[in-house]
Design a protein around this ligand. Structure first.
Ligand code: NAD
Length: 359
């Protein structure tokens, strides 16, 4: 029986990217029935919210979704749909594999890193107090003179429970995907309580896997330098929310940028697969941007639901089309103004043809 999957086209360039990815996945032999659910700017008027309840219900029911990017309007008070989805469904683990594909312009080759980012707490918990507010002044009075000027204040909550949960996720991912090492990243020499707790929790979990997977700890600043100098020394990286956000972009940069960086947000009850990039609104409707990141997010999704053969088929075809460099979007051409660059849908179709050729 076909596996039901929620498909959220999103807004901006999302619908054209998702259309290309869907066509590729449908041609891969994967047995999927899509349940199309709309969210984002385009449904605001009809539902009064960019994230209507039926979308969440569909993901809860199907437990798996492939999602296009969704714009967060600035200065309207509307909460990011992407953040709301992660919180509503407790998608606590953000998974971002960063792998080199020959043919993608990059300073590095042979990168194969996986970033596992905690999604639910840290400075992204949204507990912030404005300069001059009663709460900020109260915290300042408790700081024993360490906050000596009127300041805006963000709170960084780190729990042992969420830290252990994300580190366990990283080790399980490492085990299931034949990875050799997990590196936990924080800044515990400065934030002794919060990041200290993260490392203690990580060590406790690492102990359970010590016969199978190597474990090490790195300070975030040293990690950034190491990733630039010798990325091949690392494998699975696990870290808190803010450091994870930054490290993910750094690693996406190592493999050639946002056009090729897939991702997933995974919880106990559901998983939402989406590219790292946003809705690139200036290219909306132009059939121009690169569908690779969304297609590779689909590959992650297929692996997650056990459609391994279909996932392998797509990944091989994507790699081959990129290596050939002929039917690729502008961002994958040596010169971004190359008139031979193809559009989003043409690159998707080239991947389908290549799947058929490879067999
Ligand atoms: P963006 O990723 O949308 O675009 C930044 C630039 O990256 C683009 O102008 C383009 O040059 C390039 N780019 C992005 N995707 C590409 C692709 N597939 N192919 C080729 N080039 C690509 O980032 P932004 O402009 O900061 O964000 C636009 C909107 O998207 C914002 O509202 C933001 O909140 C939202 N956003 C959504 C998600 C999500 O849905 N998960 C993630 C990030 C940002």
């Amino acid at each position: 029986m076909a596996r039901k999957v929620t498909l959220i086209p999103g807004d901006g360039t999302g619908p054209e990217l998702i259309a290309a990815a869907r066509k590729v996945i449908d041609a891969s032999g994967a047995d999927i029935e899509w349940e199309i659910m709309n969210a984002g700017l385009d449904v605001m008027e009809e539902y009064g919210t960019p994230l209507p309840e039926p979308v969440l219900e569909s993901i809860r029911r199907n437990r798996v979704a492939l999602k296009g990017p969704i714009t967060t309007p600035i200065g309207t008070g509307i909460r990011s749909v992407n953040v709301a989805l992660r919180h509503s469904l407790d998608l606590y683990a953000c998974l971002r594999p960063c792998k080199s594909y020959p043919g993608v312009k990059s300073r590095y080759q042979n990168i194969d890193l996986v970033v596992v980012r905690e999604n639910s707490e840290d400075l992204y918990a949204g507990v912030e107090f404005d300069v001059g507010s009663e709460e900020a002044e109260l915290i300042r009075s408790l700081s024993k003179g360490k906050i000596h000027r009127p300041s805006a204040i963000s709170i960084k909550p780190i729990s042992a429970e969420a830290s252990k949960r994300i580190v366990r996720f990283a080790f399980e991912y490492a085990l299931q995907n034949n990875r050799r090492k997990v590196t936990a990243i924080a800044k515990a020499n400065i934030m002794k309580y919060t990041d200290g707790l993260f490392f203690r929790a990580a060590r406790e979990v690492a102990e359970e896997y010590k016969d199978k997977i190597e474990y090490e700890e790195m300070l975030i600043d040293a990690m950034c330098m190491q990733l630039v100098q010798r990325p091949e020394a690392y494998d699975v990286l696990v870290t808190e929310n803010l450091y994870g956000d930054i490290i993910s972009d750094l690693c996406a940069g190592l493999v050639g940028g946002l056009g090729v960086a897939p991702g997933a947000n995974i919880g106990e009850q559901a998983a939402v697969f989406e590219a790292t990039h946003g809705s690139a609104p200036k290219y909306k409707g132009l059939n121009k941007v690169n569908p690779t990141a969304v297609i590779l997010s689909g590959v992650l999704m297929l692996r997650y639901i056990g459609e391994t053969a279909a996932a392998d088929r797509i990944e091989k075809a994507v790699a081959s089309v990129i290596a050939e460099g002929k039917y690729v979007t502008y961002d994958l051409k040596p010169d971004r103004n190359d008139p031979t660059a193809v559009g989003t849908s043409e690159m998707g179709d080239a991947i389908i043809r290549r799947m058929q050729e490879i067999g």
